[in-house]
Design a protein around this ligand. Structure first.
Ligand code: AP5
Ligand code: MG
Length: 256
């Protein structure tokens, strides 16, 4: 696929998969294949850490140790971001809604209680990488925005562990490289900006093992939830190159 394809129906996709399963990699490819946008909860948190916002200072140690940031903060962060980017709008005539005050205050924004409606223009299609990650987050998202496709990246654990050992990232953009598979043109340097690449502090073996455990305890159960409501679609594969064409085809079938 060369040109960017316009979808005919608004897609609101949740990408679920263990750490290192290729969510960020697939997300980057989907953005170059389809007219859509993406939010990575991990990238947003890392941006806050880099900018030393109150939220970033709070999240830094949790992320380094491989734990999960509190649900209230995450819901506020993501819902706030969806509104800011105009992919969802307020519905003033509805009474109940999520309180985003906690996270908005930490982000320096205006506390507010609101309820949202997804924008149905196909150009407002978006994907969420890394959110929701707990049942509580999923329920809060369900209350606010009707997501219409959940993709589960099913990649074997031994493949994942090998990948993480070679991962390098360009933190400001979220671009992901791998020393063995998709190395940068110049070792240790981002292809686009020429800036240095780094290893994520939470990719050390102890934190990574913890992230995997947290995934199977807290996030894996979400698959059952989305399966029950008929949104779950699982794609298996040892490599992102196997997964990408299958995923593209499924998106075209549903939204093209
Ligand atoms: P987040 O940044 O979301 O991390 P993650 O879910 O652990 O996933 P990763 O980003 O590590 O992996 P990925 O699936 O994106 O894989 P990638 O494409 O990089 O979250 C980080 C932390 O933030 C969490 O631990 C938590 O603390 C906090 N957080 C975030 N969201 C939260 C939430 N909702 N609630 C609470 N806390 C939250 O690929 C991995 C590697 O494999 C790369 O090197 C890549 O180049 C390589 N690779 C990809 N495809 C291939 C291939 N085909 N062959 C070989 N290598 C490949
Ligand atoms: Mg990622």
């Amino acid at each position: 696929m060369n040109a960017v394809t316009k979808l005919r129906k608004a897609m609101r996709l949740i990408l679920v998969g263990p750490p290192g399963s290729g969510k960020g990699t697939q997300s980057g490819r989907l953005l170059s294949h389809f007219q859509m946008s993406a939010i990575s909860s991990g990238d947003l948190l890392r941006e806050n850490i880099r900018e030393k916002t109150p939220l970033g200072l709070e999240a830094e140690k949790i992320i380094r140790d491989g734990g999960l940031v509190a649900d209230d903060i995450m819901v506020g962060l993501i819902i706030g971001e969806l509104s800011k980017r105009g992919w969802v709008e307020s519905r003033s005539n509805l009474s109940s809604g999520v309180t985003v005050s906690g996270a908005m205050e930490m982000l320096g924004g205006t506390p507010k209680t609101t309820r949202l409606q997804a924008c149905e223009a196909p150009s407002s299609s978006f994907l969420l990488d890394g959110f929701p990650r707990t049942k509580c987050q999923a329920k809060r998202l369900d209350e606010q925005v009707h997501m219409n496709f959940v993709v589960n990246l099913d990649v074997p654990s031994d493949v994942i562990l090998e990948r993480i050992a070679g991962r390098m990232v360009h933190v400001p953009s979220g671009r992901v490289y791998n020393t063995g598979w998709n190395p940068p043109r110049v070792p240790g340097i981002d292809d686009v900006t020429g800036e240095p690449l780094t290893r994520r502090p939470d990719d050390c073996p102890e934190a990574f093992a913890h992230r995997l455990k947290v995934y199977y305890e807290s996030t894996f159960p979400l698959l059952e939830h989305y399966d029950k409501v008929g949104l779950l679609w699982t794609v298996k594969g040892n490599s992102s190159d196997e997964i990408t064409p299958v995923l593209d085809e499924e998106i075209l079938k549903r939204f093209g």
